[in-house]
Design a protein around this ligand. Structure first.
Ligand SMILES: Nc1nc2c(ncn2[C@@H]2O[C@H](COP(=O)(O)OP(=O)(O)OP(=O)(O)O)[C@@H](O)[C@H]2O)c(=O)[nH]1
Length: 219
């Protein structure tokens, strides 16, 4: 059975982390993707530690993937808890708020934290400039963020949970890039690592040479 066949027909689980400063909109972005709506009124309260979400995604290229999301608290008080989740993750959405320059300046700290725990080559990152509906209050230009993403070799997208702009595209871009890294063998499924898990293994196709002879009773 080829590795390509195995990858295409086995079912995988990807663990994906959302990281970024407090209030950049991580929970709202994820809730828009999972539940399809924007925010409660009053707005969602701050995340305490880490919260879990999951959903299935059927990729256009064939495989069905179970996505497990860890929505982390941006608040410094929870850093020791969130740090313990870095190791078992294969994808990270690095989120900043386009109306908050500080949150953009801190993106490098978030990136370095994950890279120092498991190296940047085992994790696929996507840089996300969130709240792009607030054009009047923008403090970070698209070009500036694109340049940073290019330096780190990652994709960049601007999103808004409020107007539902690029939300699905952001998650699906990340998942697609993870799947491609798996196919190229850059990311390897390893039982001791929880970033990618096989949750349903493909059965090898029947050997046609061992087919029962037709017309003959087999009982
Ligand atoms: N205008 C606008 N506001 C948003 C958007 N996404 C989130 N917000 C608002 O930003 C605030 C913070 O959103 P959260 O989703 O709680 O942010 P968070 O990053 O999860 O915050 P922590 O849990 O503290 O780390 C809330 O008032 C949201 O309503 C968006 O796309 N546009």
């Amino acid at each position: 059975m080829t590795r390509e066949y195995q990858l295409a027909s086995s079912q995988h689980q990807f663990r994906i982390l959302l990281l970024g400063d407090a209030d950049v909109g991580k929970t709202s972005l994820l809730q828009r993707y999972i539940e399809g709506d924007f925010g409660a009124d009053p707005p969602p309260s701050s995340t305490v530690g880490v919260e879990f979400y999951s959903r299935m995604l059927q990729l256009a290229s064939g495989p069905r993937i179970k996505l497990q999301f860890w929505d982390t608290a941006g608040d410094e008080r929870y850093r020791s808890i969130t740090r313990s989740f870095y190791r078992n993750t294969v994808g990270v959405l690095l989120v900043f708020d386009v109306t908050n320059r500080k949150s953009f300046n801190h993106v490098e700290d978030w990136y370095q934290e994950v890279a120092s725990v498991q190296g940047s080559d085992k994790v696929v990152f996507l840089l996300v400039g969130h709240k792009c509906d607030l054009q009047q209050a923008r403090q970070v230009s698209t070009q500036e963020a694109e340049t940073l993403a290019a330096v780190w070799g990652m994709s960049f997208l601007e999103t808004s949970a409020k107007t539902n702009s690029n939300v699905t595209l952001a998650f699906e871009t990340l998942v697609h890039e993870i799947q491609q890294s798996l196919q190229r063998g850059e990311i390897k499924v390893d039982g001791s690592w929880g970033g990618v898990r096989v949750i349903h293994r493909a059965q090898p196709p029947l050997n046609p040479r061992r087919k029962k002879p037709s017309g003959q009773c087999q009982c």
